[in-house]
Design a protein around this ligand. Structure first.
Ligand SMILES: Nc1ncnc2c1ncn2[C@@H]1O[C@H](COP(=O)(O)OP(=O)(O)OP(=O)(O)O)[C@@H](O)[C@H]1O
Ligand SMILES: [Mg+2]
Length: 209
């Protein structure tokens, strides 16, 4: 099992966001999570991605119990596409792509960066400062960046939110054909239908649909 979450619970200020959440993600599995705004999808993704910790519950990655704030495991095993892209605006596209590699003490070659950018049709933006890109272009760079360290699990939080319909469809095509396991948070039920399993976060629980 790539990732096993057992009995996760999270509250903010005494308000329970969710509890009793368990999820098994085999290698390569494509999973969608839907739910109304504020239901806790981003928080759940952050917990699965070792960015936030849960109040209760356990996470195992590849059979090993993980510390919920392990930056090292996150950097090696997980690629994140954030809801609000989070590129560093003062760095170029290449420098943004290289960041996850530098954290491992390694470099990214320009050739590798170009190959990733080709996937998202931005090979002409290699040296552009991130701040001059449009919202959708930033989202596509963030998409490419999630693949830099060839993680086993991609967590994608509304990765098509700022893309036009044809580009959104194309990015969905890339996501569903990746060898990696993918957890996609989306409001788009048609995109959710393209994944192998679907869950809705509702009434504090994760329910298959
Ligand atoms: N650090 C925090 N401290 C307190 N409350 C928080 C914190 N992070 C999130 N919340 C609250 O938890 C709830 C769920 O937030 P979350 O971002 O997980 O929702 P979401 O399902 O991703 O929503 P959306 O679809 O709008 O992105 C919200 O009410 C939010 O205000
Ligand atoms: Mg969210």
């Amino acid at each position: 099992m790539m990732l096993l979450a057992q009995n996760l619970k999270k509250s903010f200020d005494d308000r329970e966001l969710f509890s009793e959440i368990s999820l098994s993600i085999p290698e390569g599995k494509k999973i969608a999570i839907t739910g109304r705004s504020g239901s806790g999808k981003t928080t759940l993704l952050n917990i699965l991605g070792l960015i936030e910790s849960s109040d209760e519950g356990k996470l195992q990655i590849e059979g090993n119990l993980v510390d919920q704030n392990s930056n090292k495991v996150r950097n090696q095993k997980i690629g994140f596409i954030f809801q609000f892209h989070y590129l560093n605006p003062d760095l170029t596209v290449f420098e943004n792509l290289e960041l996850p590699r530098l954290i491992q003490g390694k470099r990214l070659t320009r050739q590798e960066a170009l190959e990733l950018l080709k996937k998202v049709h931005l090979e002409d933006k290699l040296e552009a400062p991130a701040k001059i890109l449009s919202g959708g272009q930033k989202q596509r760079v963030a998409f490419a960046r999630a693949l830099v360290n060839q993680p086993k699990l991609i967590l994608a939080d509304e990765p098509t939110g700022q893309l036009d319909p044809s580009m959104a469809l194309e990015m969905m095509g890339i996501l569903t054909s990746l060898p990696q396991a993918v957890v996609l948070v989306t409001h788009d039920r048609q995109f959710a239908m393209k994944m192998e399993e679907r869950y809705e976060l509702e009434n504090q629980r994760l329910v298959a649909w």
